[in-house]
Design a protein around this ligand. Sequence first.
Ligand code: ADP
Length: 385
Amino acid sequence: MTEPTRDQPVLVLNAGSSSLKYQLVVPESGEVRAGGIVERIGEAGSDVADHSAALQAMTTRLHADGVDLDEVPLRAVGHRVVHGGPDFSEPVIIDDAVLERIRALSALAPLHNPAAVIGIEAARQHYDVPHVAVFDTAFFSTLPDAASTYAVPRDLAAKHSIRRYGFHGTSHQFVAQATADLLGRPLAELRQVILHLGNGCSASAVRGGRAVETSMGLTPLQGLVMGTRSGDVDPGLHAYLAREAGMTLDEIDTLLNKRSGVLGLSGVNDFRELVQRVDAGEQDASLAFDVFVHRLKHYVGAYLAILGGADVLVFTAGIGQHSAPVRAAVADGLGELGITVDAHLNASGSSQARVISPDGSRVVVAVVPTNEELAIARQTADLVG
Ligand code: ADP
């Protein structure tokens, strides 16, 4: 194998149970050579039988985009893995033993880790380069015990690895650094509250570049209201629904993960459509918007208390980057806490990282685009050298 050169790309793969997202990224420059998604893997009537076929389909599409992986040799493949459990607090080079450990964590992430394992197995057969796993939970392995521990019996928690793990860590970590870069201040000095608002939503409190709190927990269901996930509910709800509505645990799990959140309240899960309906005066949509924002404020307040005040409040991901009404609503009424948003700056449609609070604000409010693929590519490249 020839020595990697600096313009050799990393292939970033994000394998779901029926989809494979891919991006070919040059880590140093951030140049994206190609990217896309292969969907409907293994579904009835689909041409893509399994993840190995999905990689073939990807190769064909890359070819059509003018990228021949044989001519532009890969430096490495970086795999997004949702759950690193208690085992993985950093990216790792994948060997057979690592793969088995990721597989063994499937109990903690039954919707996600099995798909990642299948994707990794297929990709290792296709590409004879180093493969790296980058975990969504890793950034939150630094949570203090007081934050990561659920108040359930300790022996049970130890036996079943029950703790708050947190997710979207790759994004929160990337955005924490990008925000420090935007402000021109050392990461080590900053207390940040970061709101990652995409289809999944999570908040984090980051002190000096280390995560000290986050809203997601054992699973990505806890915390903020999301597109289809309820976020926080009374833990007693499960028993109540089982008794009163005769629902099974699987039904309740599906209800809270797939049919709740903004979708359950308003009938739509796409935030653009929600905002249109709010503007059209639909009451269900307005309530969904208000519940979404109320929960966000709840966490912003909590994290100001956890951090003892913040230097910066950051919005990222689809909704965070693009929805001025959400940002305005979250900041509304928080002037006493040092948080205000300048209406004009907030309304700018810029896709760049930017500050949206008035000059001299006690807490800087910023919009900072996330880029999980680039973060995975960089962590992969750092590890393989
Ligand atoms: P994922 O979590 O799948 O990576 P994204 O970060 O792309 O998702 O976020 C998707 C969400 O962002 C969707 O709810 C989408 O409606 C919302 N979104 C995207 N663009 C806008 C916009 N211009 N205004 C409001 N919401 C937006």
